[in-house]
Design a protein around this ligand. Structure first.
Ligand code: GDP
Ligand code: IMO
Ligand code: MG
Length: 431
């Protein structure tokens, strides 16, 4: 473990996304100079609540509300400039007009065929859908790695963009034709995306240079992840995952800084678990309990509106996420939701084919056969939304938090007791 307090903190989702990363990033942004989104795209939906207003961010970093903060969309993000423009217009209509946004010239562009292909590939899977957000994220990353992607910086050079677009369209239109889908005309795409390039020209730059300068100057930087480690392309429940790595290990390559500059990793986790989309979920609940938690936690996806699947806190998955991401502090979210339950459970191990295991199997077939080994703890009835310290909480609630620390070996530095910025308990100052 590194030193207690550091200037560069990575905020990582440790479950299947929607852990409350936006809320936590906004909370710590009050002390940050720079906030950086390092992967994913507008498949993310980060909700922030303060001053009686609610804001939904998708590609924009959660430091956008403070004009003193530089908000960076780094090279590892896939940017849909049409969606980003819409998102900024929505923010402006909510009174957020003064902000400082930078976009990496190396960030991949989500082009209009990507969402079409995302939907088409899902349909082709028959009953084995991933349940993607259909924002074109997978196809955009695939094109990047296949080296037929377009980057934000390309949009600023009309001659080069025209050449790239010609080549890319040749491949993509062939793919679309083979799938029996409408193709794209060069002129219309060229004009639209060239204009979008101009719209974002003042923001587009080499954000790696910007970040390294900020580090040299001793600035405080938050790296905001999207999704969660269990949706990681490498360490998640493949193939039911997203197409990037939300782990802290992906920050250096996705932002252009050296690994040694990451000081602390804050793992964000709900006091229980949720998942949207398909894929194994060992602690999933199906009964009235799931309904109770879903309604109290308003567990409906902000991007697609789908109800989120709900389950008990899975410490096997949490330890896995913490291990591969180097999590040294935890932020325990939606703690208020658990009030009113007779008992609360924590999954401490899995039972696989009659054997107790303490790791996440790599194959879906094995993970689907895993049954949770549950530890029961007494619940509490008292409302915790007005608590501003853990000591004010009922004893059973305090015991639940202490047990999570024992089982994970990570310190619970933050406890969140409501969606509002004010409903946050900071137990350990590390940033
Ligand atoms: P993210 O994708 O990780 O940023 O999380 P989302 O914003 O998609 O989902 C988290 C949801 O929980 C949002 O609606 C938040 O407003 C809400 N939320 C965050 N923290 C708390 C909390 O402590 N209690 C309650 N009740 N809601 C919370
Ligand atoms: P935030 O940042 C929750 C899920 C989708 C699907 C899978 C693949 O708000 O936590 P994709 O569109 O990425 O190809 O979908 O990943 N998913 C998320 N689930 N929160 C997210 O982001 C997610 N982003 C993607 O539901 O199961
Ligand atoms: Mg979300």
């Amino acid at each position: 473990m590194k030193a207690d307090s550091g200037k560069r903190v990575v905020i990582v989702g440790t479950q299947w996304g929607d852990e409350g990363k936006g809320k936590v990033t906004d909370y710590f942004a009050a002390r940050a100079d720079v906030v950086v989104r390092y992967q994913g795209g507008n498949n993310a939906g980060h909700t922030i609540v303060f001053g009686g207003k609610k804001y939904a961010l998708q590609t924009t970093p959660s430091g956008i509300f403070n004009p003193q903060i530089i908000n960076v969309i780094a090279n590892g993000v896939v940017v849909n400039p049409v969606a980003l423009q819409g998102e900024l217009e929505r923010l402006e209509s909510q009174g957020i007009t003064d902000y400082n946004l930078r976009i990496s010239n190396r960030a991949a562009v989500v082009m209009p065929w990507h969402s079409v292909l995302d939907g088409a590939y899902e349909e082709m899977k028959g009953g084995k859908l991933i349940g993607t957000t259909k924002k074109g994220i997978g196809p955009a990353y695939a094109d990047k790695y296949n080296r037929i992607g377009i980057r934000m910086g390309d949009l600023l050079d009309p001659e080069y963009f025209a050449e790239r677009l010609h080549n890319v369209l040749q491949v993509k239109n062939m793919e679309l034709q083979m799938l029996g889908l409408p193709t794209f005309e060069f002129d219309a795409v060229f004009e639209q995306y060239r204009a979008l390039g101009e719209r974002f020209r003042p923001c587009i730059c080499d954000t790696s240079v910007l970040l390294n300068k900020a580090i040299e100057e001793g600035k405080k930087i938050l790296f905001e992840g999207a999704q969660g480690v269990m949706l990681c392309i490498d360490h998640g429940t493949f193939p039911y995952v997203t197409s990037s790595s939300p782990t802290a290990a992906s920050v250096p390559v996705n932002t252009g800084i050296a690994p040694r500059y990451v000081d602390n990793v804050l793992g964000v986790c709900k006091a229980y678990c949720t998942r949207v989309g398909e894929g194994p979920f060992p602690t999933e609940l199906h009964d009235e309990l799931a309904h109770y938690i879903r309604e109290r936690g308003h567990e409906y996806c902000t991007v697609t509106g789908r109800p989120r699947r709900v389950g008990w806190l899975d410490v096997v998955a949490l330890r896995h996420a913490a291990r591969v991401s180097g999590v040294n502090y935890l932020s325990l979210m939606l703690f208020d939701v658990l009030s009113g339950l007779e008992k609360v459970c924590i999954c401490t191990a899995y039972e696989l084919d009659g054997q107790v295991i303490d790791y996440v199997p790599s194959t879906i077939t094995e993970l689907e056969r895993c049954k949770p080994v549950l530890e029961e703890l007494p619940g509490w009835v008292e409302d915790t939304t007005t608590c501003r310290s853990v000591e004010e909480m009922p004893e059973a609630a305090q015991r639940y938090i202490a047990r999570i620390e024992e089982l994970t070996g990570a310190e619970v530095a933050v406890v969140s007791v409501g969606p509002d910025r004010e409903q946050t308990i900071l137990r350990k100052d590390f940033f």
